[in-house]
Write a protein that binds this ligand. Structure first.
Ligand code: SF4
Length: 413
């Protein structure tokens, strides 16, 4: 028997805004359904989102505003200058706002860099590795490769002194060659990296999912262990999200729960370019399902945040996601690190929110936790017996995660 839904006060930690659904390129694994639509979010919608968020008293001390779910640089720079200024005018002093872009990098120029610097925008650039790996899936609308343009965008960021991290989707080729991946980042002076293992999305079937969950787990473990060890050993790649983001979740003060904002009502507020609102995993926005319809809870142009919250609490969506978290809590030894997983992956991999293990959680929670604990055990052995060297260059030397590199749900392409 499930208890009544929690009526806890929401705490909004991230607002994912879709400035436009449009994307100027056409990756083979893209899950965004409306990427041909050139509609751009109205400034009145941006203003309304933040009027509601700030007036609600539900904002965290710092809100990450992630501009994504289409290519954010496909909207004009003037759109952001106006939107950022309006948000800043309404921002209470007690709430910090950190803007963040996840971009394919192909349209970045000096003017974009000025915007990024002026507003201290966190930037993630999607680049899958060396040219032959990147161009396999990240295609122009005419089917050509996008490597040169993405790299030109990265070089422009570097020239202008704009910090960024790389986000790489790992397919078969990258997964089997951690040394080539590391050599690529080093040669391009990319020092912060994040990995998403390629998934089957919509009509795209990843060849990785032909293998069993255990085979994929072993493959990714081998990749990540070697990549991390070598990156730490030479120090040129300083941040590996899968490890550096997991360390503080594993080693945290007693009694501090691992927060999972994909499972808390309104902790992630996801708004499409028309003002439609959903919460939980941002990938649900724009998807349809026989049991849950379009996953929408209202439209911010006409509904208050309080009404949207009430609709969420009353929904089957909330009830089932909560039941899935409770199932995880009962059955999974990684729950204290993970906090209940990614609802969208439970639904699409297992066919139900009321489920537990997915390939996604195996790769993003279990594998990093195992590798860190493995290293920690070696470290402990070295403390007991100093003749046993502790490698990799000690977890303790890991730098703290950067805000921008931790800002996005790990599944975004
Ligand atoms: S690791 Fe997987 S099974 Fe375990 S709590 Fe997270 S989502 Fe649930």
């Amino acid at each position: 028997m499930m208890g009544p839904p929690t009526i806890a006060r929401p705490e909004i930690g991230m607002v994912v805004l879709q400035p436009t659904a449009f994307c100027n390129i056409d990756c083979t694994y893209c899950y965004l359904p409306d990427r041909d639509s050139r509609h751009v979010m109205a400034q009145s919608t941006v203003a309304r989102v933040f009027d509601e968020v700030f007036a609600s008293g539900w904002a965290s001390r710092e809100i990450i505003v992630l501009w994504h779910a289409g290519e954010p640089t496909a909207a004009p720079i003037s759109f952001y200058r106006e939107a950022f200024a309006a948000i800043e005018r309404g921002r209470p002093p007690s709430v910090g706002v950190k803007h963040s872009f996840q971009t394919n990098g192909t349209l970045i120029n000096d003017e974009w860099c000025r915007l990024f610097r002026d507003w201290n925008v966190g930037i993630g650039v999607s680049i899958d590795g060396p040219r032959d790996i990147h161009d396999r899936h990240r295609k122009t609308r005419r089917g050509g490769g996008t490597f040169d343009k993405t790299l030109a965008g990265i070089r422009c960021l570097q020239r202008n002194g704009v910090p960024f991290h790389a986000l790489s989707v790992l397919g078969s080729a990258g997964l089997d060659d951690p040394d080539a991946m590391l050599a690529f980042y080093e040669s391009e002076r990319i020092d912060k990296v994040c990995f998403n293992v390629e998934e089957s999305e919509g009509t795209y079937i990843s060849e990785l999912f032909a293998s069993s969950r255990e085979e994929l787990r072993a493959r990714f473990t081998a990749f990540l262990r070697r990549f991390w060890h070598n990156a730490r050993a030479n120090g040129r790649v300083k941040f590996v999200r899968e490890i550096d983001q997991a360390v503080p979740r594993l080693f945290r003060p007693d009694g501090m729960p691992a927060r999972n904002i994909q499972c808390e009502p309104l902790a992630m507020l996801n708004v499409d370019s028309h003002g439609n609102v959903s919460t939980f995993s941002p990938e649900l926005l724009g998807m349809k399902n026989a049991d849950y319809g379009d996953f929408l809870l209202g439209n911010i142009n006409v509904d208050s945040l309080a009404d949207i919250h009430a609709a969420c609490l009353a929904s089957r969506l909330h009830r089932d996601i909560r039941a899935g978290m409770q199932a995880c809590e009962k059955s999974c030894e990684y729950h204290s690190v993970c906090g209940g997983g990614s609802p969208v992956n439970k639904l699409f991999e297992n066919g139900s929110f009321i489920s537990t293990v997915t390939s996604f959680c195996t790769l993003t929670q279990m594998v990093p936790a195992d590798i860190i604990l493995e290293a920690y055990e070696r470290l402990e052995q070295a403390w007991v017996d100093p003749t046993k060297a502790a490698t990799p260059a000690d977890i303790i030397s890991s730098p703290p995660p950067t805000v921008e590199a931790t800002a996005q749900p790990s599944r975004m392409p």
